[in-house]
Design a protein around this ligand. Structure first.
Ligand code: GDP
Ligand code: MG
Length: 383
């Protein structure tokens, strides 16, 4: 089964679109089919919730902390080599949700400078239904113009588009959004999926692995060919892109919780408090996630818009003594203000639960101006 070069699959998309969830879902499906799967998670800081999510699944996981694939291309290569040395067949990688221009800065460099090592699958871009509706209609968008610009660029460079979270939509709504998206993106496939229920996932895999010999393993009822690729963005304005990234404050915190508490109660109390605080502070959440690890188990809470429904995942851990809380917040606003809201929300939740909290580490920053190591417009060009 070992394939050489390594198949590499990048799943892009805005913060909170469902990339990590989708990688976990297809990681499991590919492992079941006998593939050895590796994963590269990535963010702009340490203490990522994502890696702890993926670590609980089968497969090899390497985290690239402190940067994005395009600006830390060498780290990406090193991570790929580390995992590749373990006889991996398929490497799944999640770029940072506020990154774009990935075809020129990651896909083409891998294809042209490392041809014999990697075969990069069509670039998948995942979309969240709420955000896509604002994108399609141009109205009711809680994100600043420059952040919307990043979203638009992500869609433009996609080879394959997934409308995710269709389990939250009616069949009629799904059809409508898919039709509207198809009108925008020409011949590129738009596949409705649910990374959580698994709906549409086989259809996505069939499209991705269309050129693989092992394609017969995938559901050919849904054979979908990626005829037209989005290609490298030709007119991306890096100043606007950088401004969009800099609109976002990134906050990561690791907190030790000491005392006796019930995990689910603490989790919902904390997400409610955070949500209320961001709402009253007028701060738009792009993606807020936290994990609580206690007594060998791990569970999560997520928020992908300030006013949205919180999502919960992981086991019901029950009553515990002591735990570790890891918080990652990406929101539109000043990082210090976001940090201080998070800090006081955690503190109040801990006091209410009679738990002591101790901050182990915290970071609050804005992403820097993106400066990709490589930028190659065409897969047949070598810079
Ligand atoms: N309802 C629903 N929620 C989803 C789906 N996929 C992801 N989510 C939720 O969306 C939130 C963000 O998901 P995540 O995978 O972390 O997004 P990422 O930032 O793109 O990696 C989490 O609460 C997920 O549980 C889906 O198919 N349906
Ligand atoms: Mg993620």
């Amino acid at each position: 089964m070992k394939s050489d070069p390594i198949q590499m699959l990048l799943v892009s998309g805005f913060l909170g679109a469902g990339k990590t969830t989708a990688l976990q879902t297809i990681g499991e499906r590919l492992s079941e089919r006998g593939y050895t799967v590796g994963m590269i998670t990535n963010d702009q800081a340490r203490g990522l919730v994502d890696t702890s999510v993926l670590n609980t699944t089968a497969g090899r996981v390497v985290e690239i902390p402190g940067g994005c694939f395009c600006c830390d291309f060498e780290d990406l290569l090193m991570a790929a080599h580390t995992i590749g040395a373990e006889d991996v067949d398929i490497l799944l990688a999640e770029p940072v949700g506020s990154c774009t221009d990935l075809v020129a800065t990651v896909v083409n460099p891998l294809q042209t400078l490392h041809t014999s090592e990697f075969d990069v699958a069509p670039l998948t871009v995942m979309l969240d239904p709420d955000r896509v509706q604002s994108y399609l209609t141009g109205g009711n968008n809680s994100l600043p113009q420059e952040v919307q610009y990043i979203f638009r660029m992500q869609v433009e460079e996609a080879d394959l588009i997934l409308l995710n979270k269709v389990d939250t939509l009616s069949a009629k709504e799904t059809t409508q959004i898919v039709t509207d998206l198809k009108d925008r993106v020409g011949k590129r496939p738009v596949i409705p999926v649910s990374a959580i229920t698994g709906d549409g996932i086989e259809r996505w895999l069939a499209a991705l692995f269309d050129q693989l010999e092992s394609n017969e393993q995938f559901d050919t009822n849904y054979r979908e060919t990626v005829e037209t690729r989005g290609g490298a963005l030709t007119d991306i304005d890096y100043d606007t892109y950088a401004k969009g990234e800099a609109e976002l404050g990134w906050v990561n915190m690791t907190v030790e919780l000491t005392g006796h508490f019930e995990v689910s109660t603490f989790r919902s109390a904390l997400i409610t408090r955070l949500q209320r605080a961001f709402s009253s502070g007028g701060i738009e959440v792009a993606h807020l996630k936290f994990s609580i690890a206690a007594e060998g188990s791990l569970c999560h809470a997520n928020l992908t818009t300030t006013e949205g429904e919180p999502g919960y995942s992981g086991p019901d851990i029950g009553d515990v003594t002591d735990g570790e809380l890891v918080v990652n917040i990406r929101a539109v606003g000043d990082p210090e203000a976001i940090h201080s809201i998070a800090d006081s929300s955690i503190e109040q939740t801990a006091i209410a639960a009679s738990v002591d909290m101790q901050l182990k580490q915290a970071q609050a920053f804005r992403p820097e101006y993106p400066e990709p190591v490589h930028r190659i417009d065409s897969a047949s060009q070598t810079e």
